[in-house]
Write a protein that binds this ligand. Structure first.
Ligand SMILES: Cc1cc2nc3c(=O)[nH]c(=O)nc-3n(C[C@H](O)[C@H](O)[C@H](O)COP(=O)(O)OP(=O)(O)OC[C@H]3O[C@@H](n4cnc5c(N)ncnc54)[C@H](O)[C@@H]3O)c2cc1C
Length: 438
């Protein structure tokens, strides 16, 4: 069997995998990234469908000085072709729409005033939020909905915050742990800048991979890890199959971007101690999301930012990325991206019922939308290709019980973070642990 040796082997080229590879290369390690698919990026990539660049997952790209994702590109001097979102965030309830001020704060109070239609009631409720943000962070033993119900039963406040939780945190108001909601709000307060990848996510992932390759390391596609090698509690490398040839890659460190569950399957459950497995099984679910992509000459809505819905059954998010980046569609055409969540994030997912409800939501909110006439593509993301591998508030640690074996990606989201930024932060954390242990 052919053999090779690197300092660090990274399994998977998602955001977590490529960000950790970049940071380790930057520290001077030799790194090999192996990706089983023919393309890079995993759930942050692009499919070209008749000239439309459609995302395989994420659409909002964290951006700016305070983003760990953006920081990775600066470290590697890699091109970061992201255009800041043109619009802001718009909240829609059955009685109207609210656009928070672009700058200067006041967004949350304004949202509560909009939902209640009562300045005094909103101020009283806001005081509870302020205390939870500044003095007493609620524990994760109750859901955010339970926390909120102590202070208000106003249905529109619940509707508004259901839309917010589902769209921006990833699960519904009754599924987000109370503490995690407030940690997320604090993190959002530190940085809520986002952009859109001008030529699709794949360009960004290829840019990072190229910067890794330019420093003498390698990133290869169509290369699958078949097993992680563990001896005496320590990782030794992995077996990799590429072009039907099996190879042994020895490595001092193995970092898996395949998700904690798959990492265990690859390395063998017998190598993981009981407390780690118990943590994994305590809350084993991924977060589901339904992506409805509409291709049309006119955007479904002319608003250039993100619309968040609290007046719907399942629909929670709509953005037309081509209003910011026309490069994503053939000339004169648009992509409208919508995300929706099922009634419950716990499997089994009611696929047919959820899609039916999304279509009704779209028809009710957008009179110009006719499901039979529109060019509509529906993708249900769950199980092995979810929006996130674990529910926010229930992450696995990046470190595993097997020495020098780590996980990165959205199975290991640091508190208060989700999606791309969480993956980039998990990568930063692993690179720091490896550099401090060497
Ligand atoms: C519809 C949708 C919308 C989203 N919207 C947003 C958004 O707007 N903003 C945001 O920040 N986040 C968003 N997210 C979440 C974000 O896309 C993910 O959190 C992120 O992309 C996950 O990256 P990851 O590092 O966990 O790796 P993944 O994307 O899971 O990549 C892992 C890679 O590992 C490879 N792999 C697995 N097993 C092996 C093996 N044995 N050998 C070799 N390779 C292997 C896989 O093929 C894959 O390419 C969205 C997700 C979805 C699905």
């Amino acid at each position: 069997m052919p053999k090779s040796k690197v300092d660090a082997l990274v399994i998977g080229s998602g955001v977590g995998g490529l960000c950790v590879a970049a940071r380790l290369v930057e520290q001077g390690l030799s790194v090999s990234v192996i990706e089983k698919l023919p393309y890079l990026g995993g759930r942050f990539s692009t499919r070209d469908i008749k000239g439309f660049k459609i995302t395989t997952g994420a659409i909002m790209v964290p951006f700016g000085e305070r983003s760990a994702f953006h920081e990775t590109y600066r470290l590697m001097e890699a091109p970061f072709n992201v255009r800041e979102g043109k619009g802001g965030f718009r909240y829609r309830l059955s009685h109207g729409e609210y656009d928070p001020p672009a700058e200067g704060g006041g967004g949350l109070l304004g949202m509560l005033e909009f939902a209640t239609g009562d300045e005094a009631a909103a101020k009283a409720l806001f005081r509870h939020f302020r205390r939870a943000l500044g003095w007493w962070e609620p524990s994760d033993t109750i859901s955010f909905e339970e926390w909120l119900s102590q202070h208000t039963s106003h249905p529109e406040v619940h509707n508004l915050l259901q839309g917010f939780c589902a769209a921006f945190i990833g699960t519904s108001i009754n599924e987000v742990p109370a503490g995690e909601y407030f940690r997320f709000l604090k993190a959002m307060g530190r940085n809520n800048r986002y952009g859109i990848a001008v030529n699709g996510n794949i360009e960004l992932m290829e840019s990072l991979a190229e910067s890794v390759a330019n420093r003498g390391s390698s990133v290869v596609t169509n290369a699958a890890c078949k097993g992680i090698l563990v001896e005496k509690g320590r990782v030794r490398g992995a077996l990799v199959v590429r072009d039907a040839v099996e190879e042994r890659v020895d490595a001092d460190f193995v970092i898996s971007n395949a998700g904690p569950n798959r990492t265990i399957r690859l390395a063998g459950e017998e190598n993981f101690e009981k407390s780690y497995l118990a943590l994994l099984r305590e809350h084993p679910h991924a977060t589901p999301v339904f992506h409805v992509c509409i291709r049309s000459p006119e955007p479904l809505d002319p608003y250039p930012g993100i619309i968040n819905f609290g007046n719907t059954r399942r629909l929670i998010f709509l953005e037309c990325p081509t209003l910011t980046c026309p490069e994503l569609a053939p000339e004169g055409m648009h992509i409208t991206t919508t995300f929706s969540v099922p009634e419950s994030s716990t499997p089994p997912i009611k696929r047919r019922q959820t899609i039916e409800e999304i279509m009704v939501d779209l028809e009710e909110n957008f009179p110009s939308f006719h499901r039979k006439k529109a060019d509509v593509m529906v993708t249900a993301h769950h199980a092995e290709w979810p929006s996130m591998r674990r529910w926010p508030g229930h992450p696995m640690p990046t470190k595993t019980p097997v020495e020098n074996l780590y996980n990165v990606g959205d199975g290991c989201m640091p508190p208060g973070t989700v999606g791309i930024e969480a993956c980039a932060l998990s990568a930063k954390d692993v690179a720091r642990q490896i550099s401090s242990g060497r």
